[in-house]
Design a protein around this ligand. Structure first.
Ligand SMILES: Cc1ncc(COP(=O)(O)O)c(C=O)c1O
Length: 386
């Protein structure tokens, strides 16, 4: 049988029947939008994240945009994002009319380099055209960004810190999740993510009740919050009082029902992911340019298992011929993307992002990857003599 890049089938076999009953229950009760499962899932997610609040939404991209909107980021603002990430991290910034400022990454963790963040903030301030407004750190491939260092910089400049944890939701530093340092954490439930649903989905976890109120409003067409409504005169339903320009970004009840079941086994799956990653590391260390480096005290959720190889493209072709699917995340850093090259404010040295985009390659990964299949993949990698 062909090796899948991300095998969702084993998990489906494991909890498929409980997911099916949960979905059928939603179909039966008919509250397809904002049904009771949405509230239950949000409560369970907040408990998992150790946060005061969790707000679900339609996808991980909207989750970041909702936070930016809630923070009041807009025209004339600079938002600092890594140059090496999925495009959604930067895409949401111009959607709010602010501008992304690209920051280089650490060569070992692939996450935002705190020293280069500091330099980018200084450069934007020196240029004087944009006002630094927020930082979005990304937990790339599942490993937490350097939140202790980045949050110090954020505090020193009075900037809110957002954790884009679409790939790393559940990751920890000394047992603490990114929200320990960030003002809000966003995640994605895209099916291939460590915590995925059966379609699109996303969420924000946060502790700030005032920010939560704004997110609730922006999530559904900028409706009046209780605070807004208390200060306004109206005779119709509060639901039809739209006080800000919002969006429609709700998590489907059916997806919430799926996620309740998946979240119940997520902590255990994060453990299983550690064992799979360890087996890969032990087998491949020394045979490729680099195996993933996870800092001391950090636990990755291993959204991807990403190695480096100097002859990456040839390796990818070779593995494809051997029946081993791979993926390149990401072949072009964001500052070189046609749609983003115009954002040059504060741009400094982005050479690490540029170099990594030529050498990274991700191997098949799932918490249920067997030692036998992994041995086949490893043997194929080792057979490459390029
Ligand atoms: C780092 C990062 N941010 C944001 C997103 C956006 O999530 P979604 O696809 O659910 O909109 C993704 C996932 O695709 C991602 O990997």
């Amino acid at each position: 049988m062909a090796i899948p890049f991300i095998d969702l089938g084993v998990q489906r076999e494991r909890i498929g029947s409980s997911i099916e009953s949960a979905v059928l229950k939603v179909i039966g009760h008919g509250a397809y939008i904002m049904g009771p499962e949405v509230k239950t899932f949000e409560a369970n997610l907040a408990a998992f994240a150790g946060s005061k609040h969790a707000l679900s939404c339609a996808n991980g991209t909207d989750a970041i945009e909702l936070i930016l909107l809630g923070l009041g980021v807009g025209e004339g603002d600079a938002v600092f994002v890594p140059a090496f990430t999925f495009v959604a991290t930067a895409e949401v910034v111009p959607m709010t009319r602010a501008e992304p400022v690209f920051v280089d990454i650490d060569p070992k963790t692939y996450n935002m380099d705190p020293a280069k963040l500091e330099a980018a903030i200084a450069a934007v301030k020196a240029e004087g055209r944009l006002k630094p407004a927020a930082i979005i750190a990304v937990d790339l491939f599942g490993q937490a960004a350097d939140y202790p260092a980045i949050s110090k910089i954020a505090r020193a400049h009075g900037l809110p810190l957002i954790a884009d944890s679409a790939q790393g939701f559940g990751c920890t530093i000394d047992g603490k999740q990114p929200l320990e340092w960030a003002d809000a954490t966003s995640t994605s439930f895209y099916p291939a993510k460590p915590l995925g649903c059966y379609g699109d989905g996303g969420a924000v976890v946060l502790n700030d009740a005032a920010l939560l109120e704004k997110l609730i409003s922006f999530r559904v067409h900028g409706g009046a919050t209780p605070t807004d409504a208390a200060t306004m005169n109206y005779t119709h339903e509060a639901k039809y009082l739209n006080v800000r320009i919002g969006m429609n970004s709700r998590l489907d009840t059916i997806q919430a029902a799926v996620l309740i079941e998946k979240l119940a086994i997520f902590a255990e799956e994060i453990e299983l992911r550690q064992a799979v990653a360890r087996r890969y590391n032990d087998a491949l260390d020394g045979y490729v340019t680099s195996v993933p480096y996870v800092k001391d005290g950090y636990v990755s959720t291993w959204a991807q298992y990403t190695i480096e190889h100097e002859n990456r493209d040839a390796l990818q072709l070779f593995l494809r011929e051997k029946g081993v699917p791979t993926a390149v995340y990401y072949p072009i850093p964001l500052h070189q993307q046609p749609g983003y090259a115009k954002f040059t404010s504060g741009t400094g040295d982005l050479s690490v992002s540029e170099a990594k985009s030529k050498t990274v390659i991700s191997l098949p990964f799932s918490p249920y990857l067997t030692a036998e299949t992994q041995a086949e993949i490893v043997a194929a990698v080792k057979a490459f003599k390029g």
